[in-house]
Design a protein around this ligand. Structure first.
Ligand SMILES: [Zn+2]
Length: 216
């Protein structure tokens, strides 16, 4: 079973990826993790990636291509894999198909974590953290009993700098702009499965399980 998971910031993609990996024993293919590992190991491709990162530039598609080919050529991949955070553009999706074809593989299913932007905005801008005990609150969904104060330890809650509305709107816009084309690309292949991500963690995972059981 070869899967791909797509979801906007705040949609819960990370949590669902973890649950899928633990329950179905798939190999996690995360281009971010692979890049960091290649850089750390100092492989030829890692050194190339490092050059771009040092300049503060995006690592270009051809370098990521090489990293993916390297990863997908390893034996453990036979058990099936879950792509997470890639492809982000239609060009990357086309390239990934070529790589997979070469290896006699294909994507079986694209899990699309569907959720309204308004909910994501509340999830992210409403988030408040306790800097002392690490408890996470949300002023819309899980408000502390006393405003701005941690229920557990009484510390003053903080909001992460990145969790503000302006930076989130930019991230969401960027996400939709690129992802729409990726989803349409896979819709043509008839392999996109929409999952309602505006539910509890258990409910979302149950929907995903139902989708995956349909594949087996
Ligand atoms: Zn606390």
């Amino acid at each position: 079973m070869n899967l791909l998971i797509i979801g906007a910031p705040g949609a819960g993609k990370g949590t669902m990826s973890e649950l899928i990996l633990n329950n179905y024993h798939l190999v996690h293919v995360s281009t971010g993790d692979m890049l960091r590992a290649a850089v750390k190991a100092g492989t030829p491709v890692g050194l190339k990636a490092q050059e771009y990162m040092n300049k503060g530039a995006l690592v270009p598609d051809e370098v990521i291509h090489d990293i993916i080919v390297e990863r997908l050529s390893q034996d453990d991949i036979e058990a099936g894999f879950l792509f997470d955070g890639y492809p982000r553009t239609k060009a990357q999706a086309e390239d990934l198909d070529l790589i997979l074809k070469e290896l006699n593989k294909k994507i079986d299913c694209v899990i699309n974590m569907n959720i309204d932007d308004e909910v994501l905005i509340k999830r992210i801008t409403g988030r408040r953290l306790c800097p002392v005990c690490g408890e996470i609150f949300n002023i819309y969904f899980k408000a502390p009993e006393k405003e701005g104060i941690c229920d557990k330890c009484g510390a003053e809650l903080i909001q992460r700098k990145d969790d503000n509305l302006d930076s989130l709107k930019v991230r969401l816009e960027e996400y939709h702009k690129n992802t729409q084309a990726v989803i349409e690309y896979y819709e043509k292949a008839g392999i996109v499965k929409d999952v309602n991500a505006d539910q509890s963690r258990e409910e979302v995972f149950n929907e995903i399980k139902a989708v995956l059981e349909g594949l087996c």
